[in-house]
Design a protein around this ligand. Structure first.
Ligand code: NDP
Ligand code: GDR
Length: 331
């Protein structure tokens, strides 16, 4: 019998890579999708062939992390073996504009799923993954950050993620639930949302090279991030749910780079100098910034056998290459 997985946030960057991985592993994959006025399924379009026919592997269901009844019903009907909670208003800057909504989906939303697990009676068999974030370390209290580094969130998004993180631990301890919190550092890919800084840069570099854009407006170039490749990080999520005991794990590369470093890597791939194109827009600054993130993934390596393969330079190059190919219609 194929295992059943439910993914919230399946239309996002990570959800789409995770769906690829689980289908490849023979799972029956169910995804929760939001109703929207325009189609938002570009990242899973290539999986369409798995949505129909005798050999169906992918099922999509309308739902929303704001709607608890839909969650309880779905969990009861599907009886999933594994649930990956990836849905979120995931933009840190935007969370300052819509803090209440962000808290509701990112924080309370995780609580709704956890409660739905208990309510639907699947708590004994299901395994739950919560998409936690290095943003929870915020104003970092130690370098590098590990699973035991104290948290100091710096945005409504990070505060909400912290609520979800602790709810995951609380439900594990209260109900003996197999629940894991994956504390993932920034991970990027050609499927990264276009308003996050890496993708914004790689799309702009490709467009500038093609003569379709001249300037790129950015905010703070001094912050440092630990960037890895999303495709590798979803493998880590899956591994967390295959252990004997549940736990919390940092996934990172243990390297840190400034936004300037990423600009260097992306623009030099196309023999461009970013200094000729990047302009400053103060509206892109955040009321509070996270200056430095660097993660220690030793526990994930030891217990999950997980290690990142792709570092920042290679990541920037593969993203630029993909955006160039997409622009010239060759992808
Ligand atoms: P994306 O922003 O690409 O995807 C978010 C997903 O959540 C989309 O499928 C979106 O649907 C869905 N979603 C948003 N609001 C709701 C809602 N109210 N109900 C149901 N679904 C909703 O995020 P990523 O793939 O980059 O990240 C996945 C998760 O991991 C997120 O929780 C993020 O916060 C977290 N994370 C990400 C990191 C990263 O570097 N990428 C690092 C650490 C944590 P729609 O397509 O309709 O908008
Ligand atoms: P982050 O990613 O906030 O780390 O959250 P983002 O790419 O948005 O910002 C990284 C850094 O770049 C600076 N920056 C800009 N950022 C954006 N988006 N746009 C700009 O124009 C710009 N200019 C400079 C930012 O100030 C920041 O310092 C991501 C998300 O995926 C979260 O959901 C996830 O939890 C964390 O990564 C880990």
């Amino acid at each position: 019998m194929a295992k059943i997985a439910l993914i919230t946030g399946i239309t996002g960057q990570d959800g789409s890579y995770l769906a690829d991985l689980l289908i490849e592993k023979g799972y029956h994959v169910h995804g929760i999708v939001r109703r929207s006025s325009s189609m938002n399924r570009a990242r899973i379009d290539h999986l369409q062939r798995h949505e129909h026919g005798a050999d169906q592997r992918l099922w999509l269901h309308y739902g929303d992390l704001a709607d608890s009844v839909s969650l309880v019903k779905l969990l009861y009907q599907l009886q999933p073996d594994e649930i990956y909670n990836l849905a979120a208003q995931s933009h840190v800057r935007v969370s300052f504009d819509i803090p209440e909504y962000t808290a509701d989906i990112v924080g309370v939303g995780a609580g709704r799923i956890l409660e739905a697990i208990i309510e639907s009676g699947i708590g004994k068999k299901v395994r739950f993954y919560q998409a936690s974030s290095s943003e929870m370390f915020g104003k970092v209290q130690a370098v590098p950050q590990t699973e035991t580094t104290p948290f100091y969130p710096r945005s409504p998004y990070a505060c909400a993620k912290l609520m979800a993180h602790w709810l995951t631990i609380n439900y594990r301890e209260s109900y003996n639930l197999y629940a894991c919190s994956g504390i993932l550092f920034n991970h990027e890919s050609p499927r990264r949302g276009e308003s996050f800084v890496t993708r914004k840069i790689t799309i702009a570099a490709a467009r500038i090279k093609a003569g379709r854009q001249k300037d790129l407006y950015l905010g703070n170039l001094d912050s440092k991030r630990d960037w890895g490749y999303a495709k590798e990080y979803v493998e880590g999520m899956w591994r967390m749910l295959q252990q004997e005991q549940p736990g919390d794990y940092v996934l990172a590369t243990n390297e840190t780079h400034t936004i300037r470093d990423f600009l260097d890597a992306a623009f030099s791939r196309l023999n461009l100098d970013w200094h000729d194109h990047v302009k400053f827009d103060e509206r892109l600054l955040r009321p509070a910034e996270v200056d430095l993130l660097i993660g220690d993934y030793a526990k994930a390596k030891r217990e999950l056998g997980w290690e990142p393969q792709t570092r920042m330079q290679a990541l920037a190059e593969l993203m630029v290459d993909a955006d160039r190919a997409a622009l010239s219609g060759t992808s």
